[in-house]
Design a protein around this ligand. Structure first.
Ligand code: GDP
Length: 320
């Protein structure tokens, strides 16, 4: 048996993370999650991508919204609004408990890794879920509306401003979390999977942590990304809009170029199969498969496909 390391953002990444968690024994899977979206709001420490992965793997996520909890109620928000409090970021009543308890634990000196592992265990998640770093990294966007912290861009401004640069404050001095470092150092590492997350806003912050690019570059394990662009569009969120604003053509080859040297293979959607040669020109083996994950079956099927691609690449390495 070999270990699998998945790099993951929020909603798109969590879909494949669920497929992997349904396919692999918990001890064989480490999911490293972006924390560039984390922020402090109303005195609370909020980690949106970690929470999306936690809730998804625990079976608590709202299937429609993709974020937050199912069967949520919003009385706290109603009351906050009536009191004239900041109401642009939605915090459901059930969700609120997680933020309050995380904030208390962080203030008491626990690391985000420890808090995340504790919640995962409490919620019955077997796979290891860990932040990319226990140090603060904050995604900041330079936009037509000025500099915006990630949640101000993503939620408050609904991704409307034009983006011309993205930076990750704190990344230069951040250290990989222990789970991340340990997973990368395993000699039974069988695959590194870059989930179909936003390359610029969800994966780049992970790659900005010192040592991550070098470790991916040097890894003997097969490295496979799943393309978040299907048919020239994002499945959800601002990936395609961002690519246009950053002057990048919205096609799978651009994703392969973005991860050049960091991945061995890119899984693209079957409907984009005609793009395979362009992807391979960017130095990645191209595999076309069904990558649109609507139902749990789709997520599990894509997890199988990706693990199969990893097996194929390992066999090719052994034969070479
Ligand atoms: P966020 O942090 O909540 O924005 O989530 P992620 O960064 O993890 O995922 C956003 C990306 O996932 C977008 O680029 C979407 O196009 C992509 N995405 C969402 N669902 C799917 C899917 O079912 N299949 C594929 N291939 N990409 C998806």
């Amino acid at each position: 048996m070999s270990h699998v390391l998945a790099l993951c953002g929020g909603v798109g990444g969590a879909k494949l993370a669920l497929g992997l968690a349904r396919t692999l024994p918990g001890e064989d899977l480490t999911i490293i999650v972006n924390t560039g979206d984390d922020f402090e709001h109303l005195g609370l420490s909020i980690s949106p991508d970690i929470d999306t992965v936690l809730y998804t793997l625990a079976g608590l996520a709202d299937p429609e919204r993709g974020w937050g909890r199912a069967d949520e109620t919003w009385r706290f928000m109603e009351s906050l609004r009536a009191l004239g409090g900041e109401d642009w970021f939605q915090l459901g009543d059930l969700d609120l408990a997680l933020h309050v308890e995380r904030t208390r634990r962080l203030k008491a000196g626990e690391t985000l890794s420890a808090v995340t592992a504790f919640f995962a265990a409490r919620l019955g998640v077997a796979a290891r879920i860990a932040p990319m770093s226990d140090d603060s990294v904050r995604t900041i966007l330079r936009t037509s509306a000025g500099e915006l912290a990630f949640q101000h861009y993503f939620v408050r401004a609904r991704c409307a401003p034009r983006v011309d640069a993205i930076r990750f404050d704190g990344a230069a001095t951040a250290r990989m979390s222990p789970a991340f470092r340990n997973a990368l150092a395993r000699n039974d590492l069988g695959a590194i999977i870059v989930c179909p997350s936003n390359p610029y806003l969800s994966v780049d912050p992970i790659l900005a942590v010192p040592g991550v690019r070098e470790a991916l570059n040097a890894s003997a394990a097969p490295r496979i990304a799943i393309c978040p662009i299907i048919g020239g569009e994002s499945v959800k969120g601002p990936t395609a809009k961002l690519m246009q604003e950053l002057g990048v053509s919205v096609e799978p080859a651009s994703i392969a170029a973005h991860y050049r040297g960091l991945i061995d293979a890119l899984v693209i959607d079957r409907t984009d199969a005609a793009n395979a040669a362009d992807v391979e020109r960017e130095g990645a083996t191209c595999v076309a498969a069904a990558t649109l994950m609507r139902r749990e079956d789709d997520k599990i099927a894509l997890a199988h496909t990706v693990l199969e691609v990893a097996r194929g690449l390992r066999a090719r390495d052994v034969a070479a």
